[in-house]
Write a protein that binds this ligand. Structure first.
Ligand code: PMP
Length: 296
């Protein structure tokens, strides 16, 4: 498998990095999780600009400059080099190459893009069978402690919460805040449906999800803060994320939910759009072109 690293294509084993990189020790990095889908016009990357905007916002928090154009070209080239059309694309930028103190001014920014064969983080069958979710005993990082962006170190919080949930036999963990307001799952935002009304759940500590934004636009529903009692009283609830897509929740602690018609409809519409079968949303697709790196 080929990987783009600091401006060039490498095979995976030639770019193992050293142990004394600041990004490894303190999580000073930023990444994105992006999907490419097979479409009738070849592989297309979904909402690339929005993902890279969010990555740049994260990089700014770390006072890091990323080679956005290089990364975007690399993604397209790698899809062809690695012969993938359905793929998960992972750009990452992190600090290394300097002392292990907490200053960043004398460090180098390492940048990489990997394209990986597609596999859902929640497991392939979750869209059909539904996700079983547990209310976490943990709190999500406050956005006043770590900005709600895709900063590497922040994910330790999600990983520990997910470990707790999977050990208890669930698939996912749900974060609430101290006032019982719903924040998000470990790598997905949440929606609920009540009496046919779709609500996108907002919280300042939740990642501003690009799939959430997509489903908001498609459903035209409202967006607001929701307490756990309201979620337990909803008719349908579902997760959204680049990896999870639109995934119905069938269980939240002891409460069981049916996979409802609105969730099914939105999931199907989303699949059509990302798969390039709905020309009304072509503006969200970047059709990959080979040789973009060489052309530069
Ligand atoms: N919340 C968190 C913490 C995430 O990591 C993700 C995945 N990026 C999401 C929500 C969903 O965001 P998106 O729809 O942009 O993938």
């Amino acid at each position: 498998m080929k990987i783009w690293f600091n401006g060039q294509l490498h095979t995976r084993d030639t770019i193992e990095r050293g142990l004394l990189e600041q990004g490894l020790h303190y999580g000073t990095g930023v990444f994105e999780g992006i999907r490419a889908y097979a479409t009738p016009r070849g592989p297309a990357i979904f909402r690339l600009a929005e993902h890279m905007d969010r990555m740049e916002r994260g990089a700014q928090k770390l006072n890091m400059t990323i080679d956005r154009e290089g990364m975007e070209n690399a993604m397209q080239t790698l899809l062809f080099e690695n012969e993938l059309d359905n793929a998960y694309i992972r750009p990452i930028a992190y600090y290394g190459g300097g002392p292990l103190h907490l200053d960043t001014h004398d460090l180098q920014t390492r940048q990489a893009v990997a394209t990986l064969p597609w596999k859902s983080h929640l497991g392939e069958d979750k869209a059909d069978l539904g996700v079983r979710m547990m209310i976490s005993s943990m709190r999500k990082n406050s956005c006043r402690a770590i900005p709600a962006l895709k900063l590497c170190g922040g994910y330790v919080n999600a990983i520990i919460a997910k470990l707790e949930a999977t050990r208890a036999g669930f698939d996912e963990a749900l974060f609430l805040d101290d006032d019982g307001r719903v924040v998000e799952a470990t790598a997905e935002n949440l929606f609920m449906v009540k009496d046919g009304q779709v609500t996108s759940i907002e919280h300042p500590d939740a990642l501003p999800g690009i799939t959430r934004d997509t489903i908001r636009e498609l459903s035209g529903g409202d967006r607001r803060s929701v307490k756990i009692a309201e979620l337990l009283d909803a008719d349908e609830i579902f997760l959204t994320g680049t990896s999870a897509e639109v995934a119905p929740i069938t269980q939240l602690n002891e409460r069981r939910y049916k996979i409802g018609p609105i969730t099914r409809d939105l999931a199907a519409t989303y699949r059509d759009i990302v798969g390039g079968r709905d020309s009304g949303f072509d503006r969200w697709l970047t059709y990959a072109e080979p040789g973009r790196l060489a052309a530069k």
